[in-house]
Design a protein around this ligand. Sequence first.
Ligand SMILES: C[S@@+](CC[C@H](N)C(=O)[O-])C[C@H]1O[C@@H](n2cnc3c(N)ncnc32)[C@H](O)[C@@H]1O
Length: 253
Amino acid sequence: MSYFARIASSYDSLRGMAYHDDLVRVVSKYTDVGSILFDIAGGTGRLSIPICIELGLRLELLDRSDEMLSVAKDRVAKEGGIVGGHPVVFHKGDAYSIFNNKVRLDHVRLFTWMNAIHHIRLSFVPQLVNVMLKASHLLILSRSKKQNDRSYLGSQFKGFGSKETRLYDMDEIISTCEKSGLRLAEANEYSYPKTVPKNTLLKEVEEKKYSTFDLYTEDEFMDALKDFRERLTVEPSHLRFQSECMILVFTRL
Ligand SMILES: C[S@@+](CC[C@H](N)C(=O)[O-])C[C@H]1O[C@@H](n2cnc3c(N)ncnc32)[C@H](O)[C@@H]1O
């Protein structure tokens, strides 16, 4: 079973919504009521559905995981099938399937690509730029390699930083996008305070609720887990740390 199939039902509660307000503020600058937001690898829609409701945007959401899409569809059903005043258009498939001419993209005002550039990779950008309408926008939300290294697990769980080689630093993202025909509109780094009961975090780690753990062999993971359990014994019952991310917006020239 794939990682996202395994965690789809608990994904939303696991990830939280710390950056919702910052996202809404940024998205509102590049859209108007009724604009189309196309969420690439949108998963359960935990970020894009509330944004579109709040700003009155039409949502199209693509993901390749049936299980993640099914959570998104249930969520939309709970809204009476309507988000931002319109039905949501779902696309099931790999990110590259949007280039097969069956998906209409010439009306999209803003593409969002959140917490997923490390899954699809930046090599996707030049092709995406080719289908973007002039003056439309691409918003990328991600954790940089440096931010991941500084995170609680990055600094406390053996190998969490060094194993996670899929993340990019901000400069790499900007340079790839600019070489592909996008102009940087804004780049922001955010840091949110988090308080988590240590038993909760330990349970999430034991259940491998972060895709980075899929990069360990079973022996490496068990060894790192043992070390982590020992470290936690000296910590207070609640762990306090910062959770960081970056939001970049580009404009199609
Ligand atoms: C970490 S989740 C992010 C979901 C959502 N954007 C969010 O921030 O909550 C990554 C998502 O990317 C999807 N995904 C990974 N590789 C993909 C690909 N090649 N094409 C389409 N979706 C992909 C997964 O199914 C998953 O739903």
